[in-house]
Design a protein around this ligand. Sequence first.
Ligand code: ADP
Length: 488
Amino acid sequence: MAKRAKKIREGRDYRRRQKSTSIYFLLWAAFTALSLIIVLLLGFSQSFVMEQTYKHEAAQDVTEKGRQIERRVIEGAPEAFGGNNSAYIRYLAVYYDVRVFILSPDGALLYPQEPQTPDGEKLFDFSQTLARMQEEMQKQERKSVVYEGEDEYVYGSKISLYGRDAYLYVEKSLNLIVETSKQMDVRMLLVSVFIFVLSFAISSGVSGWLTKPISEMTDKAKQLARGDFTVDFHGTDYGKEMVELADTLNYARDEISKADAMQKELIANVSHDFKTPLTMIKAYASMIMEISGDIPEKRNKHAQVIVDEADRLASLVGDVLELSKMRSGLETLKISEFDMSSYLHEILSRFDYLKDTKGYLFVLEVEENLWTRGDELKLGQVVYNLIGNAVNYTGEDKTVFVRLKKMNDAAFRFSVTDTGAGIKEEDLPTIWARYYRSSETHKRPVQGTGLGLSIVKTVLEKHRFVFGVESERGKGSTFYVDFPLVSK
Ligand code: ADP
């Protein structure tokens, strides 16, 4: 029921993921938005900031020129002009590239002299210009002012010319700036459109280029998910991150394929292991029914075989469960402090029947009072499995050496040595991972399920203890575990 619910939930998540936006689109949108922002900023700076800057410069320019003209006007026309003020002022206007007038307080044009109609009528009326200037002077409470007119900047100053009040009017036209600015705006718009179209194209190109390896890897990962372990991920053309991702995926593929192979091997071996005792049980039960049922001696012998085989089945099931519980990470360690020395004696006592009935010899070198910290039951199983293996694989002399020795203030070593055939060097790394040793002809005094060392490895790795094996062909093997020493 719970499994079903999980499946449904996964299904839903999967659908939701499929609906979400693609990285291609997100990248493309991000790039395009970025270029749009840049273009808008450019446009804004052009039409607003630039115009403001131009105007500011124009105001500064007219102020500067106005002051110089004012100084020169007051000084009077140099000799070269023969006292002709009108000519001098015209000259200044051309020189400074501005319009210059001097007005009388009643708004009449003093300089340059104005051409008049034959009947003496004035051509221009400067009264409004003067009124505006006077208004600015009042507003700014100054004699010299700078202000913005309709399409121009004006420098105005009240001066005293030949003992009379007069007004200097210097005007710089903004027409050129406004015109240039407008032209620039049009060009800017064209450039912006061009940039936008270009970035649009580049965005889709770059997004496609960036997402291509992801799509490729996704396709391959799907292939992998379908159980095809021949897929090869490669990201060489796309930069460091993609190469790393490809390497990681290749690593994952190898691990999954190894796990898959192990899983298949485990199932094959475990089912084989289940089958043998079951066949025996069935055969001996039939024998009891058909032949030995009435002969107590034979019947008991046959019944004993059934009991032994049932025990074998039970320990096999126990080991498989133990391993899968630990591997799945469902089980946590129950850490406590305990006296390993006395625990070792207790474990060794379980092998007493071998001493008594089968002539095994256990040579002990066990230091007392060595305390450690860990999961007592699981570490006990480790020690039991290692001693059991030594018993199973020791030589003709049926001798097993068991040692428990302090190494330093922080650790002590448990080791068990047998006198058997040893382990081939090439087998050394794999014995821990092996679920089962199929070429089994050895008659073992201690029941083995082929999972003993896998359990040892899993438990010790969970504890992060150092452990290992040293083996010499024909002389025997030593398995060891280093325990942390707890002072008591
Ligand atoms: P098994 O039940 O087969 O002993 P284990 O996981 O305990 O399973 O051990 C895995 C394999 O490692 C064994 O089948 C055997 O080949 C090898 N092995 C383990 N201990 C020893 C030893 N003391 N001497 C020689 N070989 C050993």
